[in-house]
Design a protein around this ligand. Structure first.
Ligand code: HEC
Ligand code: HEC
Ligand code: HEC
Ligand code: HEC
Ligand code: HEC
Length: 408
């Protein structure tokens, strides 16, 4: 009997301490500073590209642009040129305590950064040991993802083809354009860690690209650097080249062209009915939207009568992530290539002779209003725009009046 009791007590203590330990662990997970991604070798350090190619005095884009004017102008209008100056990025970076790790993709060259990374204080490589960089170039810093980030290796300009006409040393590098090519370094990085079930890397790039396209070769440049025929330098021979556009979420036309919309409105006698909008991603191999988890689409149905709004319904196409205590992708309702998604809205009976209007709006959001407020980002350009809109006038129709006469 006493033996039994002793074991029972012991067991109780063991269970209780296990529960307490687990609770302490969860509490720690809830309050600890959180590293939401894994630092991989691709971007753990700034790029040691520090001197111009043989034959040139400078590595600044503005100087490449003196000869390659058309490419320079396209690049200058792209988000790559604004990867550092972008006010949303600047605000977000300050909100995230200006961690050095952000710089390795947004201003990846060693001399774009005011400090050199000489080592790390932690195994996860989030705490670099820094020393002042005597060669820091504040002008190059402003250029963000500048030309030489993709083109310069070991003091030589890399290119998928070389004409022999350039004043700078060039070499052929086919790897630049194979698969994810030069884009992979920042856009297609992944890392595994026991507590991250997060399938998307920093700034949520296109790790999902193979989901909708099993077995298909991924070609970022085919869509983001469209072909054209023109000379590479003023007065040169025109040749087939690729434009340096990289259009994405900041370009409404690029987004609109990638989605097919089909609207079906069914009106019943008596005035009730249903609107069904079907969206299909026909233009991107990755999900739509892609990129940072900030981006999402909204599909809004709004029914208005003479006295104001009667009924509304909003669907959001986005990924939902649980951050604490563990990072888990909960669900993802973004558009996968060639997989149609339908959203429906029904309206109640309309009084005979009355009119109601149904407005259907699809918007692309660069970030949510709640996040804009939280990080105090004072946007000068809109944070969302319309990619589809339709207005339908609904009328209360006469009901079939069978038997009504007799009742009176
Ligand atoms: C003084 C003029 C000049 C400057 C400055 C210049 N380039 Fe060039 N570049 C050329 C010419 C000329 C060609 C060959 C054009 C042709 O084949 O028609 C060329 C070709 C290229 C090619 C294709 C590979 C090759 O050699 O055929 C790349 C890539 C390139 N340049 C990148 C750059 C980058 C990046 C910079 C800045 C770091 C730069 N260039 C600066 C004149 C210049
Ligand atoms: C984000 C990466 C990236 C950046 C930044 C970039 N390029 Fe390129 N560039 C490429 C890729 C990839 C190609 C090859 C496209 C192809 O297959 O034709 C290319 C092609 C070129 C070519 C033509 C090579 C040829 O013979 O077809 C020139 C010239 C060139 N780039 C110059 C520049 C200049 C000048 C800048 C800056 C103003 C710049 N690039 C910025 C990735 C980049
Ligand atoms: C050194 C890192 C780096 C490389 C290499 C790179 N990118 Fe980017 N890219 C960025 C960053 C950072 C941004 C976001 C800039 C911002 O919006 O502040 C970006 C933005 C973009 C955008 C979004 C534009 C928009 O409208 O918001 C597209 C599209 C894109 N990159 C495509 C490419 C392609 C294609 C390649 C390969 C040819 C490539 N990138 C190579 C870092 C990189
Ligand atoms: C079949 C064409 C296609 C291919 C292939 C493709 N993209 Fe895109 N991409 C698009 C279109 C269209 C958009 C605009 C709609 C959207 O945001 O999804 C876009 C948007 C983007 C954006 C903008 C996200 C944002 O937040 O604004 C990035 C970054 C991007 N693509 C990177 C890549 C990279 C990297 C690859 C290669 C791994 C790639 N894309 C391959 C068509 C393509
Ligand atoms: C592995 C490379 C990488 C690292 C590290 C990285 N970013 Fe990015 N960032 C990107 C790429 C690529 C994009 C473009 C994706 C897109 O357009 O949606 C981007 C886009 C962004 C954007 C969206 C800008 C816009 O166009 O609306 C913000 C904000 C941002 N990054 C902030 C940060 C901050 C803050 C950090 C550090 C905590 C950071 N990034 C670290 C690669 C990186």
């Amino acid at each position: 009997m006493s033996l039994h009791r002793c074991c029972y007590e012991k067991k109780k203590i063991i269970y209780l301490s296990a529960a307490l330990l687990f609770l302490a662990f969860l509490t720690w997970r809830l309050v600890r500073p959180m590293n939401i991604f894994v630092v991989t070798d691709n971007f753990a350090r700034p790029m040691a590209v520090t001197r111009p190619p043989a034959g040139l005095q400078s590595m600044r884009a503005a100087d490449c642009g003196k000869c390659h004017r058309a490419i320079y102008q396209e690049w200058a209008a792209s988000m790559h040129a604004h990867a550092w100056t972008d006010p949303y990025y600047q605000t977000d970076m300050r909100f995230e305590d200006s961690q050095q790790i952000c710089l390795n993709c947004h201003i990846p060259l060693q001399n774009q950064q005011p400090d050199l990374v000489t080592g790390f204080r932690d195994k996860e490589r989030f705490k670099p040991i820094l020393r002042k960089n005597p060669d820091f170039d504040p002008v190059l810093q402003q250029e963000g993802i500048t030309c030489v980030v993709c083109h310069l290796r070991d003091g030589v300009i890399n290119s998928p083809r070389v004409s022999g006409l350039a004043p700078h040393k060039s070499r052929v590098n086919k790897a630049m354009i194979q698969g994810v090519g030069v884009c992979g370094k920042c856009h297609v990085v992944s890392g595994r860690r026991w507590d991250t079930f997060f399938k998307i890397p920093p700034c949520g790039t296109v790790a999902e690209i193979t989901t909708g396209n099993p077995g298909k070769a991924i070609k970022c440049i085919a869509c983001h650097m469209p072909r054209t025929i023109r000379p590479l330098v003023e007065g040169g021979e025109p040749k087939p080249v690729r434009r340096h556009l990289w259009r994405g979420g900041h370009y409404p036309v690029q987004v609109r062209q990638a989605v097919k919309f089909k609207l079906k409105i069914t009106k019943q006698t008596g005035g009730t009915g249903e609107a069904k909008l079907t969206l299909t991603n026909i233009g991107t191999d990755h999900f739509l939207p892609t990129g940072t988890p900030d981006r999402y689409l909204s599909v809004a149905f709004k029914l208005r009568g003479v006295d104001g709004q009667l009924k509304s319904k909003i669907f959001k196409l986005r990924r939902t992530i649980m951050w604490r205590p563990f990072i888990i992708d909960l669900w993802d309702t973004r558009l996968i290539r060639n997989q149609p998604r339908s959203y429906t809205f029904t309206w109640p009976e309309i009084t005979q002779g009355r009119q109601q209007t149904l407005k259907i709006t699809v918007r692309y959001h660069l970030l949510a209003e709640a996040r804009r407020k939280r990080i105090n980002y004072r946007n000068k350009t809109p944070i969302s725009y319309i990619i589809y809109q339709h207005t339908e006038v609904l009328e209360g129709k006469q009901k079939l009046k069978i038997g009504l006469e007799e009742q009176r």
